[in-house]
Structure formats: structure tokens, C-alpha cells
Design a protein around this ligand. Structure first.
Ligand code: 13P
Length: 253
């Protein structure tokens, strides 16, 4: 089963547009449910009414969660709140949140709180840029270590990593990553996990690819890149293109 996650980021602007997009995405999720699990990570303000209208088949996810249960945190939402609306997944450590100050320690705390509430954490990791000497590998390694060392082994199979090279994300991306670059990094990620725990555990963790994924390049990150699924930004806001992506994935799953 391929995991296809849409990260809507701070869109759509209006509640009516959000509901319409959720309904269209639900149709896509229904159509391809035998081979693809679709999760829409939507802005938290849209979660209550969309989760009320959309039940089953389409999984609703959050985009961030507080790293603590302390109530005095203006503007944040807790894992318990997400759980109370039936949220199944939540992104943590997205590069855009890290850019706003989210630390590795907070990413770990948020992950543990989500696991307590039986919400699947989608933990984003990835380097800002690549260098010929391979120093970028140490950035990714320390992001992985800070998570894997802090989670009980039995819980590790419940987390999902998403490798998102920051240089390949969004409309200002330097370029698209190649499936070979994706494959090499996924091998590296599993090796780092396996050095901390064991190969079996490392192989059970799902690893997604994200960064300028579209209906043309999506399958190559699965087939050649070795990813277990995709984390998609812009294309998840365009139901036609998202459906096309889902269709191509269903043919290779
Ligand atoms: P794009 O697919 O728009 O490059 O965004 C990727 C991303 O950040 C998903 O979390």
C-alpha cells in the first residue's frame, strides 16, 4: 500500500474551498483505496468541519502540534485536540516549521505526544543544500538520531519519516531531486536507524519522499527511489493533478 500524503500548507484560503477540495480528494481516495492510502494534512482551522463531513477512506491529518501539554501556549494546538477530531496523522518537523524555530527536541516531544494519542507522526527530515564533501549527510543523521534514540523500540514501527530535501521544495526549488538521489538517501536513513536499533526495525519504518512531486515524477520516486510513499505540497491543492498522480501510483503499487 503506497502512502500518499497531501500537505495543504496554508491553503485553501476559504472554508468553502477547503471543503470542496476535501470532497474531491475523498473521491480520489475512494477510487484508489485498494492500492493507495491518501491522507490530507490540512490547516488546523479546517479540521473540525472537514472531519465532521469527511469520514472514512480519506484520512485527515494535522500539519503541526505542540511539543508539550502545558495549556499556556497561545496559538498552539495539542495532540489531544487533534485526536478528539479523529485526526489520524500529523506532520512534525517540516522544514518550514523548523525555519520558524522548531527544534529537534521539540520534534521528538511532539512525536511522543502524538504516539500517546495514537496519531501517526510524519517526521520530516532533510538538508538545506548539498555539498560535494557530503557534509549534508551529518545534518540528516543527527535529525534521525534525535528521534530514534528518544523513542522506545516497540513504538518505532509506528512512525513515518519523510525525506524532504529543502532545496527541492516549493515553487522556488533549486531543482527537482533525482530518484537516484532519493534512493541513496533512503539507504542512508535506514542504515542510520539500523545502527541505532537493528535492521529489522529499520526496514519496518515507512520512509516517504517529498519535494516538487508531481504526476510525472511521482512513480519514479517509488520505483527507482525506493520510497514507501510521497509527501506532496502544491499538487495536493489541484484535484485533477492529484488524481493523475494517484492513478499513476495505483498502476505501480
Ligand atoms: P511541494 O510539493 O510544493 O514542493 O512541497 C513539498 C512539501 O513541502 C511537502 O511537505
Amino acid at each position: 500500500m503506497i502512502l500518499l500524503i497531501g500537505n495543504w500548507k496554508m491553503a485553501p484560503k476559504k472554508s468553502t474551498e477547503a471543503l470542496s477540495l476535501a470532497k474531491k480528494t475523498l473521491e480520489i481516495a475512494r477510487k484508489y483505496k485498494k492500492s493507495i492510502k491518501i491522507v490530507s494534512c490540512i490547516p488546523s482551522i479546517h479540521i473540525p468541519f472537514i472531519s465532521k463531513t469527511i469520514k472514512n477512506t480519506l484520512y485527515i491529518g494535522g500539519q503541526s502540534v505542540s511539543a508539550s501539554t502545558e495549556e499556556a501556549q497561545t496559538g498552539l494546538i495539542s495532540a489531544e485536540m487533534l485526536a478528539s477530531y479523529g485526526t489520524s496523522h500529523c506532520i512534525v518537523g517540516h522544514s518550514e516549521s523548523r525555519e520558524r524555530g522548531e527544534t529537534d527536541e521539540q520534534v521528538l516531544s511532539s512525536t511522543l505526544l502524538l504516539l500517546q494519542k495514537k496519531i501517526t507522526p510524519i517526521i520530516c527530515i532533510g538538508e538545506k543544500q548539498r555539498d560535494a564533501q557530503g557534509w549534508y549527510l551529518s545534518t540528516v543523521k543527527s535529525q534521525i538520531e534525535s528521534i530514534v534514540l528518544g523513542i522506545p523500540k516497540a513504538q518505532l514501527k509506528k512512525i513515518v519519516f519523510a525525506y524532504e530535501p529543502i532545496w527541492a521544495i516549493g515553487k522556488n526549488a533549486a531543482r527537482e531531486a533525482t530518484p537516484v538521489e532519493c534512493r541513496e538517501m533512503l539507504i542512508f536513513i535506514r542504515k542510520v536507524i539500523s545502527d541505532i536499533v537493528d535492521i529489522k526495525t529499520a526496514n519496518t519504518i515507512s520512509i516517504l519522499y517529498g519535494g516538487s512531486v508531481n504526476e510525472q515524477n511521482g512513480t519514479s520516486f517509488i520505483l527507482e527511489g525506493g520510497a514507501n510513499g510521497l509527501l506532496v505540497g502544491r499538487i495536493s491543492l489541484d484535484a485533477k493533478r492529484f488524481e493523475q498522480l494517484a492513478k499513476t501510483l495505483s498502476l505501480v503499487s
